[in-house]
Design a protein around this ligand. Structure first.
Ligand SMILES: Cc1ncc(COP(=O)(O)O)c(C=O)c1O
Ligand SMILES: N[C@@H](CCCC[NH3+])C(=O)O
Length: 421
């Protein structure tokens, strides 16, 4: 079910016409559909049935907006966090501490302390060095930190190189060949209670095969660890399932196919499974609404200059990502055009030679699949305000993050004392 659809020739988010939001809030603006998020949370959970009591810990990095987190908390989701900021956001949104998994490559002593004091399900440790540090911090607090090692299974995820994490040369996780020695040593550390394994090989995966290879290796590792006397109660299988961006591309595997594969691969593991989906839950729940500033002729195709830039939506410039770009009030004609932002970089290009709705200055366009890794990766480059966010629920809508304007940016800067009069 697509919650961004034409009704009376105007694209709506659920029951709310997008032009209404553009007029009231200004553009560019992110717009999220509550119904889509709720639906994705349910579809994912249903796809895992009848696994007993899995923890679905939404990867907060995909979209950490407080209203988004509160929506997902009400669906019973936990949180996968990678910083004290994400931990604080998850707690503030009402996510119970025992549903929070703390991942991340460079957890600091302060972050460890914060999560130990506030409570959590487990830390996913990336190295023995990190395990030692956590053991010390927990011991000093008189606690035993619940933990798993994130294993690097040396599997190529087949995704974009910048979002693949499971190959031996990537910075993530403990090399699988070092795992047994690490579990043995970790067991001797007071302050540490290692009781699980974790794996996450990358994001926007469009095939289940690499996940199957990784999970098979993890299954074998669990067997080896148990034979060596280690207690393994949890297996965190990460996130990574891709979502459709380009309708012309083959569909990524469905949550149902993923669930079937997981049940098959984890049969007999006898652990509590943890999942960390991010993009799957929110990716298609958001759009970036933008207005055409002007159209200028190009040598080959016209340039549509919109008021959203690479600072608002980085994915095309960072990963050559493809986002559908459609008119909010289509004129019924198609053309081939380039869509670019106003930022002073050639990379501020959203689409080149794209067949799309013909538009004129002042028309509204929207970028689809902008609910994940979009607003959260925005910057103020070129001294552009941070884009506001709006949440829709049926016929209701609300601004859930204000535009952080240039006044606020200027106020955050300081003139040093020696330059003051
Ligand atoms: C450890 C970890 N878990 C979960 C995720 C969420 O991934 P995705 O949004 O692809 O589901 C990520 C990001 O790739 C991650 O690094
Ligand atoms: N930012 C990436 C995903 C990174 C996943 C982080 N673990 C994207 O937009 O596709």
């Amino acid at each position: 079910m697509d919650h961004f659809q034409l009704k009376d020739s105007i694209v709506h988010c659920e029951e709310v016409p997008l032009p209404l939001i553009a007029e009231a809030v200004g553009t560019p603006v992110y717009v999220y559909s509550s119904a889509t998020m709720r639906r994705h949370a349910r579809v994912f959970r249903e796809a895992l049935e009848p696994l007993s009591d899995p923890l679905v810990a939404y990867a907060v990095k995909a979209n950490p907006n407080a209203a988004v987190l509160a929506t997902l908390a009400r669906e019973g989701l936990g949180a996968d966090v990678v910083s004290s900021g994400e931990y604080a956001r998850a707690r503030a949104a009402g996510i119970a501490a025992d549903k929070i998994v703390f991942s991340g490559v460079g957890k600091t002593v302060e972050e460890m302390r914060l999560a130990l004091e506030g409570g959590l399900c487990q830390f996913n440790l990336e190295s023995l060095e990190e395990a030692r540090m956590l053991a010390e911090v927990a011991h000093s607090l008189g606690k035993a930190a619940p933990a798993a090692f994130r294993i690097n299974p040396d599997v190529e995820a087949g995704s974009h190189a910048k979002i693949s994490t499971g190959a031996a040369h990537n910075k993530f996780g403990l090399p699988i060949d070092d795992a047994l020695a690490a579990y043995r040593l970790a067991r001797t550390l007071p302050g540490l209670d290692v009781r699980g394994v974790a794996v996450h090989i990358g994001s926007q995966l469009t095939s289940l095969a690499p996940l199957e290879r990784a999970f098979a290796k993890i299954g074998e590792l669990i067997r080896v660890l148990r034979a060596d006397g280690h207690r393994i109660d949890t297996a965190d299988l990460g996130g990574g399932l891709g979502v459709p961006y380009d309708p012309a591309a083959p569909l990524p595997p469905s949550p149902e196919d993923y669930g079937e594969m997981v049940r098959r691969l984890t049969d007999g593991w006898d652990v509590r499974l943890i999942f960390e989906p991010g993009r799957l839950i929110v990716g298609n729940a958001g759009v970036l609404l933008t207005r055409v500033i002007r159209v200028k002729p190009g040598v080959v195709h016209p340039f549509i200059i919109v008021d959203a830039g690479m600072n608002d939506l980085m994915r095309p410039s960072l990963y050559d990502a493809w986002h559908a770009i459609e008119a909010v009030a289509p004129r019924g004609e198609q053309w081939v055009a380039n869509v670019v932002g106003p930022v002073c970089e050639t990379g501020d290009t959203f689409a080149t030679a794209r067949s799309m709705d013909r538009v004129e200055a002042d028309d509204l366009l929207f970028f689809r699949t902008a609910g994940a890794y979009a607003a959260t990766m925005a910057s103020t480059y070129n001294s552009r305000p941070l884009t506001p966010e709006v949440l829709v629920d049926g016929d209701r809508w609300a601004v859930v993050r204000e535009r952080i304007d240039v006044e606020a940016l200027i106020k955050a800067d300081r003139i040093p004392y020696w330059m003051q009069p």
